[in-house]
Design a protein around this ligand. Structure first.
Ligand code: NDP
Length: 295
């Protein structure tokens, strides 16, 4: 099947690499060098515009920072919308904004194009290994078409509801990661000051019921070792929790925990900048408490 792919960032690149093993694919990336690298390594065709990606493609996948960037890519005479053919399917792997996705879906339906929001979880390592979780919003028919394609990089692929449902679930999911990061940052620095070594504290937490992915993997692999690989930018986590906060506000629900962690993330991003990894947020907790969690 002929595919198109747009957005070869930290996670888009390994996803596209896996798709290229099974399909003919045209790719476009804002910074052309990344598309040319993928063309060299995986035999995809690098093209010059988003519209050209869609030419002859049954399914186009996008993996961009958020929904406004997808709208930018769709717009204009050489934009993706201009190239999508009637009967095509757009699968947005971006962790985007539910309301904006519904508007995009309506707009594309007007030209006979189906739309799914299909954000992923599992990180860049999960993408390389082809074991991502994919949460899909949209029509049952669109899901049935997309599922075999998503299997190139996904292990758990779940149809979670109508358009926007995937993005809503992903935002809440990432709010949970942020809550765990903040709570462990506060808790482990306090314990270190109280004389409990971080490694000991984590070993006990991970053998008991307070554990999470953050305590079981991110802290042992990164914070304790002092290795801070840049796989998922703090700016993107800040964006995701902002989307979760917007969701609760739009529904008129009180969500003080999500609201507070969103505010804390904004502050962290302002201090540390847009390019640091999300786990590097813990450095601020270490600085504030005057301790290092290494070891
Ligand atoms: P990156 O910041 O690494 O990459 C973003 C990609 O979008 C790049 O290809 C970039 O192009 C492109 N882009 C940015 N702005 C524009 C624009 N205005 N117009 C066109 N292209 C643009 O992000 P990730 O790959 O890490 O994340 C992509 C999505 O996946 C996000 O929604 C993120 O939340 C989600 N995600 C990421 C995970 C991760 O572990 N990294 C895990 C799960 C979900 P250029 O190369 O020119 O900068």
């Amino acid at each position: 099947m002929r595919l198109g792919f747009i957005g070869l960032g930290a996670i888009g690149f390994p996803i596209a690499t896996r798709l290229a093993e099974h399909h003919d694919m045209a790719v476009w990336n804002r910074t052309a060098s990344r598309a040319l690298t993928l063309a060299r390594t995986s035999g995809v065709t690098a093209v010059g515009t988003p519209a050209a990606v869609a030419k002859g493609a049954a399914i186009v996948l996008t993996c961009l920072p958020s929904s406004p960037e997808l709208e930018e890519v769709l717009d204009g005479p050489e934009g993706l919308a201009a190239g999508l053919e009637s009967g095509a399917l757009l699968v947005d792997l971006t962790s985007g904004i539910p309301d904006r996705s519904r508007i995009i879906a309506e707009r594309l339906a007007g030209q006979g194009v189906d739309f799914l929001d299909a954000p992923v979880s599992g990180g860049t390592a999960g993408a390389e290994a082809g074991i991502l979780t994919v949460m899909v919003g949209g029509s049952a028919q669109g899901f049935a078409r997309a599922e075999p394609v998503l299997q190139a990089f996904g292990r758990r692929i779940v149809h979670v509801g109508p358009v926007g449902a995937g993005h809503a679930l992903k935002a809440v999911h990432n709010a949970l990661i942020a809550v765990h990061l903040a709570a462990l940052g506060e808790g482990l620095t306090a314990l270190a000051r109280a004389g409990v070594a971080p490694a000991t504290a984590l070993a006990v937490i991970n053998a008991a019921n307070g554990r999470s992915f953050v305590s079981e993997q991110l802290f042992p692999e990164r914070v304790l070792t002092g290795q801070w690989p840049r796989t998922f930018r703090l700016a993107l986590l800040d964006k995701d929790v902002g989307i979760a906060k917007g969701l609760t506000e739009a529904l008129g629900l009180e969500a003080p925990v999500i609201g507070l962690v969103s505010e804390l993330l904004h502050q962290g991003r302002e201090t540390l900048g847009d390019e640091v990894d999300h786990v590097e947020w813990i450095k601020l907790y270490e600085q504030r408490a005057g301790v290092e969690l290494r070891g």
